[in-house]
Design a protein around this ligand. Structure first.
Ligand code: ADP
Ligand SMILES: N[C@@H](CCOP(=O)(O)O)C(=O)O
Length: 307
């Protein structure tokens, strides 16, 4: 096989209480990428559609992760990468991760799958670091493994796959402002109060248990964030109104998706997710902020090979 076309999914990182460790994969939004073997040695980004992003491999997250894997694999040929971007950069649903993980996923298939998903996550983290100035894997892991993931450690990299209850859906609202992950990280405090840490790790533990046991009530009671949300919510217009509307419409929980500005809600069933979508659309519809919304099943598969 000399060429592959893939769907590289959007992802929601943090999931309220799990800053930098928890994430889940979306089904209804993602980029497409074509990866092709070429006689020319090296990594070449030959096409980008959708958004204006750098073509130099060293400046594009897809190229940085590809170069990290290329240096390890040392093939006697090169790779061309085409990126068809649907996920707006800086939207908070893992735009950079979709590219960073997509290039190495596609290259791995063309190389005959020498690397497992954890090894691919390691290379993809090198690309993610270019965008966010930090090596975190909470978007990359769900993009590659699918479903919910927990990054137990980045060094050494250890990723746990968490079972996803069948009837869990996400509703996303994306106000059209850009928040760079690097900037949203820079505003966070370096230290946290012990009482906040206690509530946060209790919620992470109970959320994981709720996911394992399909206990929607426990999931609902665990979707809180005492540490990051108070700081980042100030960057998102009408954040608290959206959250209140989502909860009133029946969401299990609602929080900042990744570093924002997107806001996610988790819901039991597609009908509840659509009801939440209608409710939160009304919040921005009464303002001058443009926005998109979408409802997605949790994508258990992650990356998909299109051809
Ligand atoms: N292939 C790429 N896809 C998305 N963003 C990229 C890519 N290559 C470089 N970037 C840069 O990464 C930044 C967006 O990443 P980030 O702030 O983490 O947003 P997101 O939350 O959408 O991933 C932008 O500055 C963008 O120019
Ligand atoms: N844990 C990171 C996740 C950033 O996600 P993104 O989708 O905004 O890139 C953080 O919160 O900084």
């Amino acid at each position: 096989m000399n060429e592959i076309k893939i769907f590289s999914p959007a992802t929601v990182a943090n999931v309220s209480c799990g800053f930098d460790v928890l994430g889940f994969c979306l089904d209804s939004i993602g980029d497409e990428m074509v990866i092709r073997k070429t006689d020319r040695k090296g990594i070449f980004i030959t096409k980008i559609e959708g958004y204006d992003l750098p073509f130099e491999a060293e400046k594009n997250v897809a190229g940085v992760s590809a170069l990290a894997m290329y240096a390890d694999a040392k093939p006697d040929f090169g790779f061309e990468i085409e990126i068809y971007k649907n996920i707006k950069p800086g939207s908070g649903v893992g735009s950079s991760s979709a590219s960073a993980a997509g290039s190495v996923f596609g290259m791995n298939v063309l190389l005959g799958n020498p690397y497992n998903n954890t090894e691919l996550s390691y290379f993809a983290m090198k690309g993610e670091a270019l965008a966010s100035q930090s090596e975190h894997a909470d978007n990359i892991a769900p993009a590659l493994f699918g479903g919910f993931t927990l990054v137990k450690s980045v060094s050494p990299l250890e990723i746990l796959e968490i079972p996803t209850p069948n009837n869990l859906y996400a509703t996303i609202i994306h106000p059209q402002i850009e928040i760079k992950t690097s900037e949203a990280r820079a505003i966070l405090p370096k230290e946290v109060a012990l009482k906040d840490a206690i509530s946060q790790w209790a919620n992470v533990g109970s959320l994981i248990h709720g996911l394992h046991t399909s206990n929607y009530g426990l999931i609902e009671r665990s979707l809180h964030d005492a540490i990051v949300e108070p700081h980042r919510s100030k960057l998102i217009p009408l954040y608290h109104d959206v959250k209140a509307s989502a909860k009133a419409a029946g969401a299990l929980g609602c929080g900042i998706s990744g570093s924002g500005p997107s806001i996610f809600s988790l819901c039991e069933g597609i009908d509840a997710a659509k009801k939440v979508e209608l409710a939160i659309r009304k919040v921005y519809a009464n303002s001058d902020i443009e926005f998109d919304t979408y409802v997605s099943k949790i994508n258990a598969e992650g990356m998909k090979i299109l051809k």
